[in-house]
Design a protein around this ligand. Structure first.
Ligand code: ATP
Ligand code: MG
Length: 337
């Protein structure tokens, strides 16, 4: 069971409700969900105490910043305050900062537990300028006996190769549906949220493996609607309702273009963008067990082409309609053969 990490204190001071993502941000590596193999590597580092330069890359909201902080806390304990310098995208991180702030910190004398190093956390490092990254190269080497660098970023290709070659690189993958669900259940139990199972599944569906989004949507649905059901979740997340999308696909499977177009008009009338509709079409197709495997592959291929056209700028309802027409045609061709 997760416990809130920041206390909602019982003192007389007014209790300000924290966003749940912060309230339930893990403090120990053990509490970070998913990516077991990479977390195990971090735990070995924690155990041995000798942290190499690290780089963690991966999609948003899957625990990169959290893991780096957990590691730094575990390594430095009470010395965290003096021993860690954190710079993220909200700080100025041009070449001057590398020359002054980072170098000064690296040169600073700090008494740490034996065998431990100072840690410089550079969060969202992909937004650092190339110049600043270049300036870090030598700095990382000169001070490496006392200071270690931890980078977290979304796109590792935005980090220059020389820095990558100085780091142990860890890649975080998307969290699985079960992992997100498990965490949601824990948070929901702790916050006494009323939910239906389908409601939580809808949260998992909409979050696409992004834990931050899942927890945020849970909080928004609960505070806004008072009950977590699929309908409420899709209202809050403002995504085309997968049930409607499933009806479209079911109609295509029967070769019934009239019903498919009618449902499409309904979704379009609600104001959703073509790209939202086409991505939901894709995600629902993936999970449609009623579609035979071969047909599913063809459907996905066709939806993929439509997605490409939409991204190229032709985001009209005609493109979506044409896609549905092709799906219907495909079914009738399969039937004929
Ligand atoms: N693996 C996880 N286990 C438990 N909670 C998580 C996990 N990943 C994310 N969270 C929740 O989401 C919040 C945000 O996570 P975090 O700041 O680590 O994301 P991030 O990977 O650094 O994303 P970004 O790339 O946007 O910076 C955390 O406060 C935590 O509540
Ligand atoms: Mg982060």
């Amino acid at each position: 069971m997760v416990a809130p990490t920041a206390s909602s204190s019982t003192s007389a001071a007014p209790v300000y409700e924290l966003p749940w993502v912060e309230k339930y941000r893990p403090l120990k590596l053990d509490d970070v969900v998913g990516n077991r193999a990479t977390i195990e590597r971090l735990k070995v580092i924690e155990h041995e105490g000798n942290c190499p330069h690290l780089m963690i890359s991966g999609l948003p909201g899957i625990g990169k910043t959290t893991s780096v902080h957990c590691l730094a806390h575990a390594l430095l304990g009470d010395a965290y305050k003096e021993g860690v310098l954190e710079l993220n995208a909200s700080d100025e991180r041009g070449i001057d900062v590398v020359r002054n702030k980072i170098k000064n910190f690296a040169q600073k004398k700090v008494s740490l537990p034996p065998g431990k190093h100072k840690i410089i956390i550079l969060d969202e490092a992909d937004s650092m300028t190339v110049g600043a990254q270049q300036a870090l190269r030598r700095t990382m080497e000169i001070y490496s006996n006392t200071t270690r660098f931890c980078f977290a970023c979304n796109q590792s290709n935005k980090i220059i190769d020389p820095i990558q070659s100085r780091c142990a690189i860890l890649r975080y993958g998307k969290l699985s549906e079960e992992e997100v669900m498990k965490r949601l259940l824990e948070v929901a139990a702790y916050e006494k949220v009323e939910y239906t199972d389908a409601g939580l599944e809808a949260l998992v569906f909409t979050s696409e493996g992004d834990m931050r989004q899942a927890i945020n949507n849970l909080q928004s649905t609960w505070t806004g609607m008072g009950l977590v059901t699929p309908d409420n979740v899709f209202k809050v997340c403002d995504q085309p309702h997968p049930i409607l999308v499933r009806q479209i696909l079911a109609a295509c499977q029967k070769g019934d273009i009239d019903v498919a177009m009618e449902k499409l008009d309904e979704i379009w009338g609600n104001g959703y963008a073509a790209v939202d509709i086409v991505t939901t079409l894709f995600r629902v197709t993936k999970t449609m067990d009623s579609l035979p495997e071969a047909l599913k592959l063809e459907f996905i291929k066709e939806i993929g082409w439509t997605h490409m056209r939409i991204l190229e700028g032709v985001s009209t309802v005609i493109q979506l309609g044409a896609c549905l027409a092709r799906l219907c045609k495909m079914v009738s061709e399969v039937k004929q053969t």
